[in-house]
Every structure is written in structure tokens, then in C-alpha cells.
Design a protein around this ligand. Sequence first.
Ligand code: SF4
Ligand code: SF4
Length: 506
Amino acid sequence: MKEKRGLIAFDDLNLNIITPGFCTLCGACEAACPVHAIRIEENKIHYDDCSDFLDFCPICYDICPHTEPLVMEAMKFVASAPLRRSALGYYRKIILAQSVNPKIREASHSGGIVTSMLAQAMESGMIDSAVISEAKPSTPLTLKPQIGLVPDDILSAVDSKFSPSSVAKAFGNAVREYGKTKIAFVGVPHQILAIRKLEAWEHKIMSSLEVTIGLFCLWIFSLDRLLNYLKERHHIEHSDITRMDLTDKYIISTSHGTVELPTEEIMPHILNKCKTCMDFTSELADISVGGAAPLENWSTVIIRTKKGEKLFQNAVDAGVIRTMRIEEQENTLTHLLSMAMRKKMIAREEAESMRMKGVAIPPIDQTLIFLHRDRSVMADTKVRDIMTKEVITVTPNITVSHLLDIMTRHHHMGYPVVNEKDELVGIVTFEDIMKVPKERRTDARVSQIAKKKLITATPDSSALEAFERMRRHEIGRLIIVDPSNPKKLLGVLTRTDIMHALGREA
Ligand code: SF4
Ligand code: SF4
């Protein structure tokens, strides 16, 4: 038997991703492989030993969305956006939108924004093709990747996904087989990350990427397992399912009615990797699109980059979509934030519990959650160099609804509370607001809900100490105070500030 050479990335990919069951069949490794040694067929990865052709190749491991390399580099595609929320990532604007065409809205089960933007971009020549996923009406949960070449091809694009689809592989085919040079790519968060990693790698097929559209994604399923379960336990056939919604519960609409299941019941059927995935809104896409619950027939749109803005504006200017300010729908914004935070929280808890049990964790989550690789950089970085110094504060006597207005305007999730003597007296966060019933928000004061016990650090602490303190106290931000006067506020440090700083170091 031929001896394996040590520098072939597929060996690591197999060991760390495929064998432990973390592969989500995105197809990026197939698209990237320089000698076409990897193929995805029948929902399985097939591999012809590439060491027959190459002595050294790192690419398939590096660009897999579940491995640690290139993550910081991938973030740079969106990091110039002026706004950032820990729940949603970087962005320029959040808006509600819907297609003016009711048939498109009906087919999409929401605002029909992905279809409308793509069809208009194709009409106007902004793109020459789109990589999408499509489902047959008779088996709506089985997806297959498609390359849309004319506007009519786009009409069957799904804008929510519940099962794997090898769209990154289809992107490679759009370039190599169809010679497309202005491609729009539509995918869920891990598929967008795979495309961003390919861009960061400067893979030659990426010069054909025009824009990425990310779909909101809670989790996707191992389809066979899920369908067997639904059939055996709830007597639901795949062909009866007309629609699925995954929010705080799992809603299956069939030709006979609607069945609602708690998410815990279907958790065992989600893909292994999804259990530790922290990205709900496709944080690295040019533009992200998802539902606008509790509103029906509208989509939430998060514009993150100038490319995303251009795609969206092109559809608005052509009159194919209409918009509404998200600030007019407080419940939609609240729902979006709570879904995004919930996914991150479940992922962190799951990763922590897997770690305690000694079970393998996808390498990317080790990086994102525990930041092992960057501990030495963090130890050498001072809080004073990465903290936010221009801090927006609130006073104790403003009402909770006033505070909510401030949050909506400034897009921060937590505010130090400072009294009339300019002394730091507490901190108030979005979670504190959510505990106040809606009807009480015009009367309740910040002083009644703010936390008085502050977790602080000083400017001379290291980023590593600060990060460990956040982890220990399970919080997302630290208040930075003057070491000689703990009531004097000097700044705020968030987990994202640390990640951002590490990104600059990378
Ligand atoms: S790149 Fe995609 S298809 Fe390849 S191993 Fe990773 S998740 Fe699976
Ligand atoms: S939950 Fe994450 S890993 Fe799972 S399908 Fe969605 S984006 Fe991919």
C-alpha cells in the first residue's frame, strides 16, 4: 500500500470534519480542489487520493467553513460597515421589505425579496447568473443547488433552507462549465463563510463573484432522520408538507393542517455541526435576508456592504420591492435579536458541554468560542488600546421606553448608567429591558432595572484577562474604570472589540 504524504489537507479534513460528522456538504472543498480529487455525490464525499498528483496542498482544509484558518480574514469583507451588534455582526442598515408581486411573496412564504432582487439584478445586467437552491413542490424539503441563468430560473429559488445543498460546488460549476463572470451567490451562514474563505484565499474562481446573499438560518436537518421521525411519530409524509417554519417552535404546515412541535423535540435531528453554529443572520454576507416575524409577507433585510446596498437599491429603484422602517415594527426587531442571541447561547452551551464530555468540537468553534490560538496575542494586547472610549451613557431617571429609543438609534446592546455627578452607578442592557412588560415601559425607570453590581476592568489589564473575566461572568462587555477611582468611567470593552482587534493582528 502506498504511504500517505503528511502535507495533504484532505487527511486533516477527513480526520477533523468528515469523520466526526461535521461536514454540511456545502461543496466548497470540491469547488476548490486543484486536481478535482473531491466529489460530492448522493450526499456523500468521495475522494481520490490527491497525493498521486501533489506533494503539498492545504486548500480543502483551509476553506472548509468548519475549520479555523482564514476566519479573521473572512471577517474583513464586512468589517468596514459602520454599525455592529454582537447578535447580528457588522451592518450598514436593517430594513423591512417585500416584493410588490403577490405571487412571488406567496411562493416565498415571506417577502419574496431574494427572488425579486435577483431577477431585477439579472434584468439590469448587474449579474449574469445566480447560484441558488431549489426544491420540488412534491418534496419541498429536499434541496438541490441550481445555477439560474435567466430571470425565470430564479422564481423557484427558496429563501429558507432546512436541509443541505452543495451550493459552493455549484458556484465552481457556474464559473468552469458556464463561464459566468458576475455571479450572485445565495446561501446559509456556513455556505457564505465558505465563499468568503475562498475569497480570502484568492482562489481564481472568486473573481466571478459579484455579490453574496445570506439567508437567516437557525439549523438545518439530517433530512432522512427528520422525515423518518415525522412519519413515525406524527404520521406526516414528506409530500404532505407545504411549508416549515423554525422560530421559537417548529411549525409544519401540511395539506391537512398545521403541527407545532417544541424545538427540543426536533433538536436530535439537526446536523451535528449546527448544534454549535453561532451565526443566525449570515453575518459575513453582503446582504442578509430572513423572515420578519411576527409580520407576515415581509422580509427583514440586513445590508452589510456597499455591494449589498447596490443590489437592494437596484430593486427599490426599479419599483419591484417596497420597504418599511424596522423601527416602526418594534416586535420584529426584538424577535430578530432574541433569535440571534438564542442561537449563540445554545451553541456556546453545547460547545461547552461537548468539551466537558471530551467530545470533538468543530475546529472553527474552538477558535470562535475559546480563542485558544490567539491567547498570546491577547496577553500582549492592553485593554486601553482596543476599548471603546467614546461611550454613550444614560441617566438613572429616564424611562425604559426612552432607553429603547436610544438603543434603536445607536444600535448598542448595553449602556453604563451615570448620575448627575458623573459617577458610574450601574449598567443596563437589552436583556434587562426585555424583562419589563411592554405596558410598563413608559413608567419604569432605568434605575429600577439597571444592574448595580458592575464587572469592571482597568485600561492596563490585558485583553486576555478581560476576555477570561467576561467568560467567567457570562457577559458580553466590561466597563473600564479608572484604577484610582472606580466610579470614573473610561470606556467599554466588548467581546467583539477583542475579536476585531485579533482580526487586525491576523
Ligand atoms: S468544505 Fe463543505 S463539503 Fe467539504 S468537508 Fe467542509 S463542509 Fe463538507
Ligand atoms: S446552523 Fe450553521 S452550520 Fe447549520 S446550516 Fe445553518 S449556517 Fe450551516
